[in-house]
Design a protein around this ligand. Sequence first.
Ligand code: NAD
Ligand code: UD1
Length: 343
Amino acid sequence: MTTKAETVLVTGGAGYIGSHMCVELLQSDRQVIVLDNLCNSSAASIDAIQRITQKQLSFVEGDVRDSDLLARLFAQNEIDAVLHFAGLKAVGESVAQPIKYYDNNLNGTLRLVEVMSAAQCKTLVFSSSATVYGIPDSVPIDESTVTGAINPYGRSKLMVEELLTDLYEADPSWRISLLRYFNPVGAHASGEIGEDPNDIPNNLLPYISQVAVGRLEKLNVFGNDYDTPDGTGVRDYIHVVDLVKGHLKALEYLAKGPKLAIHNLGTGNGYSVMEAIKAFEKCSGTTIPYEIASRRLGDAAVSFADPTKANTELGWQAQFDLDRMCEDVWRWQSTHPTGYPKA
Ligand code: NAD
Ligand code: UD1
């Protein structure tokens, strides 16, 4: 007897993490439907996913807040689960334009769960973030750490976590996984997909890689007077391929029965800005010019995960180290110095 392949809707599937997710889903023989409005991505990633996997997915250009479009998608397809990546993620922009962030991140999720509920599809994995922990009092950070976001982006993630928790409490037939990502970096080993920020990158690894490739002149190191071994900020960088594999494990976990589960996805290791620069220089054979600048507002000195809960409950553990993350970023960046081909 053959069983029907699982069909997964991936919102935001053309983006950085979503595109890596699609590769893993197709390679695990699932059917994939991507819904993305391309506000922060390019359809070139969809072509690349299909080249890497030699498989087809179904791409729908549209907005996750469009209830009619969502309802059509659910009417036309037997969707078993939704992986919800679509959202806006730039912290600074969220401070300047909070309503845009609340509209996209909250309304996107509300419209989605309304339509899912009507279609009796009640399996959802949500892209949350370690940003919900704000500035932690201690590390490593486990899931029982008090939450308290410190900017509109973070608050939008926390509010979505809360509304999904309320939804589950009202209707415990849902299967919901809230995955709190630490610092996703890296790229697929093929070098065909990777992170392609629209503007000047906010995050460390994309910034370093654009310096390495000559698009940016030098890196500003935001503070070297933190209480850390070399004075620079420490983070839990996690390879994007490890991260998306965590989502496959979350789907398997949800398949066991209704629940609302929260898991950190991190490696449990912290690396400083200086260690990241050195690792990138080694892997790329380049020199990264840098300058010490003042601290960035809202930055924690140290943040890294206690991933024990995901290790034990999901049977998931990150495999790749910082050198491998840098190697893969460099392969992508050096072969795509200006990102995906522009239309
Ligand atoms: P990304 O911007 O590359 O991907 C998000 C995708 O969603 C983009 O392709 C964008 O076009 C699409 N999108 C945005 N709003 C949409 C809408 N209303 N309708 C349809 N599509 C829409 O970002 P990413 O790094 O891949 O992040 C994916 C998710 O993970 C986001 O929810 C983000 O907040 C979360 N997250 C990311 C990080 C990180 O460091 N990258 C860390 C923690 C959590
Ligand atoms: C940022 C976001 C956070 C989000 C996370 C993962 C802010 C304030 N926080 O956090 O909400 O969840 O990304 O996407 O934007 N650094 C430099 N120079 C740079 C860039 C970064 O020195 O040009 C330093 C930072 O001070 C930090 C480290 O590098 O110590 C990592 O920074 P980044 O990649 O932006 O991640 P987070 O600070 O963890």
